[in-house]
Ligand binder design. Structure first.
Ligand SMILES: C[S@@+](CC[C@H](N)C(=O)[O-])C[C@H]1O[C@@H](n2cnc3c(N)ncnc32)[C@H](O)[C@@H]1O
Length: 271
């Protein structure tokens, strides 16, 4: 889908504002976050979601060892850790690492011989992530400031890229996929949870900045996602509904619906 109705700068500003405010206002003693609950205003992605509990209980991976400062600031829509099936010694990159939950879970999976890099563009979120890193004391995790469209990572360095509810926030997904491909080692794996869409979205829906920053308006059609991953060079592409993981959607013809359905997907691809 073209983004003619959307101004990239306006989206970036809305996303930065929302996640800055979430990080700044987050208090671990208050209710746990989701991508929608500590919203900067009273409109949120939950309102567009069919079930209020959609963003809750998303981890199969064991999060019990992590403090509330980390789990409470979990803003994802899925469980890329379980999807990625990480191995000891791997180097992992988390696109849009937020408060760091997936980086810390990944660090345990790859062990002391592995390494985890989280990239995020929001200063106050990076500050929270580094405070959390000091609290959990993991020597094999590092957070870098940067944009997922222009990664602060050298070519061919990464075994597995994970990401949790972030790529939908970008107005330039082809650049995100090109960058992901560039930094992965040959044979490297993309294992991502993200919001995607089947069916149409009106220009008005697409131009709603609260919905964009709430992970709904930027959700791309499954076909577009697959095509752009292919153009970037990825192979073995798989996209499944988080809640219906046995149904492969990548490459399936004729799934377009007249009414838009936005959902969390498990996305896998290989360089
Ligand atoms: C919905 S939160 C998800 C955070 C984390 N992945 C999690 O599961 O808790 C989105 C995060 O992505 C970051 N982000 C959004 N767009 C980005 C971009 N283009 N480049 C880098 N970071 C971005 C935001 O600052 C925010 O921390």
């Amino acid at each position: 889908m073209s983004d003619q109705v959307v101004q990239p700068d306006e989206v970036r500003e809305a996303v930065l504002k929302r996640y800055s405010e979430i990080a700044t206002n987050f208090d671990a003693n208050e209710a746990a976050a989701s991508c929608c609950s500590p919203a900067a205003d009273d409109s949120s992605c939950c309102e567009s979601s069919p079930e209020d509990a959609y963003f809750e209980n998303i981890y199969q991976a064991d999060t019990s060892s992590l403090p509330l400062e980390v789990t409470g600031l979990s803003l994802g829509c899925g469980d890329p850790i379980t999807l990625a099936n990480l191995q000891t010694g791997q180097t992992v990159l988390d696109l849009g690492s937020g408060g760091g939950i997936d980086c810390f879970l990944a660090a345990d999976e790859v062990g002391e011989t592995g390494y985890v890099i989280g990239v995020d563009m929001t200063d106050s979120m990076l500050e929270k992530a580094n405070q959390n890193l000091a609290k959990v004391g993991k020597a094999n995790v590092e957070f870098r400031k940067g944009q997922i469209e222009k990664l602060p990572v050298e070519d061919n360095q990464i075994d597995v890229i994970i990401s949790n509810c972030v790529i939908n926030l970008s107005t330039d997904k082809p650049a995100v996929f090109r960058e992901a491909y560039r930094v992965l080692k040959p044979g490297g794996q993309l294992a991502v949870s993200d919001m995607v869409r089947l069916g149409d979205m009106t220009e008005e829906e697409r131009a709603d900045m609260i919905s964009w920053s709430g992970c709904i308006a930027g959700a791309e059609e499954v076909d577009y996602y697959v095509t752009e991953l292919q153009k970037a060079g990825f192979k073995n592409i798989s996209i499944c509904d988080r809640d219906n993981p046995d149904l492969e959607l990548a490459g399936v013809i004729g799934l377009a619906l007249s009414k838009s359905r936005v959902f969390s997907a498990r996305i896998m691809a290989r360089k």
